[in-house]
Design a protein around this ligand. Structure first.
Ligand SMILES: Nc1ncnc2c1ncn2[C@@H]1O[C@H](COP(=O)(O)OP(=O)(O)OP(=O)(O)O)[C@@H](O)[C@H]1O
Ligand SMILES: [Mg+2]
Length: 164
């Protein structure tokens, strides 16, 4: 898929970037169909590199999991990415290293964050996605990349996306 990416030029690009820079371009807000949103996610996944924590906010059904699935395809996660509603955290393997997918919707308290290994996960050399990041409060690292998704009035098959 991304066999044309050269390791040396990747390293050179990484060296030029400040540590907290988002590895994909800032975007938005843009209004995207599902196909367009998935294409955006796959492109983001091809560009992003670990360590990176991506906080994705948006209402129920805004498309957070759909976007994460697309980013994971671009990143090279082999097996299907499902919504971790009941598990709070899922870990996937990719040829570029581990991927963690956290869904904090059902988080009850800060102790639960500790119990799922939050501190290790956010400091891991991994690609980390967090749905419902606001539930982590001040424990969400300030260096997280932010993507926001929102429903669009009158356009049920489109979503507004912005990224910083
Ligand atoms: N333009 C679009 N982009 C993304 N999803 C869309 C779009 N249009 C319609 N959808 C649909 O909206 C739903 C989004 O569901 P998804 O599980 O990704 O949302 P979510 O933000 O993860 O919700 P939750 O907060 O419940 O986890 C899917 O059924 C998807 O097919
Ligand atoms: Mg979801």
């Amino acid at each position: 898929m991304d066999t044309k990416r050269g390791g040396a030029s990747d390293a050179a690009n990484a060296a030029r970037e400040p540590a907290i820079a988002s590895t994909a371009p800032s975007s938005g807000p843009v209004v995207l169909s599902r196909v367009e949103l998935e294409a955006w996610g796959e492109a983001y996944g091809r560009e992003v590199s670990a360590p990176r924590l991506v906080a994705i906010d948006g209402d129920l059904g805004a498309g957070k999991t759909t976007l994460i699935q697309a980013i994971c395809r671009g990143y090279g996660v082999a097996r299907d990415v499902t919504s971790p509603t009941f598990a709070l955290v899922h870990e996937y393997r990719s040829r570029r290293g581990p991927v963690f997918h956290l869904d904090l919707y059902r988080l009850r308290n800060a102790d639960e964050l500790t119990n799922i290994g939050w501190d290790d996960i956010v400091n891991a050399d991994a690609l980390v996605f967090v749905e419902w990041p606001e539930r982590a409060g001040a424990r969400l690292p300030a260096t997280a990349a932010r993507i926001s998704l929102a429903h669009v009035t009158g356009r049920p098959d489109h979503r507004a996306l912005s990224a910083t």
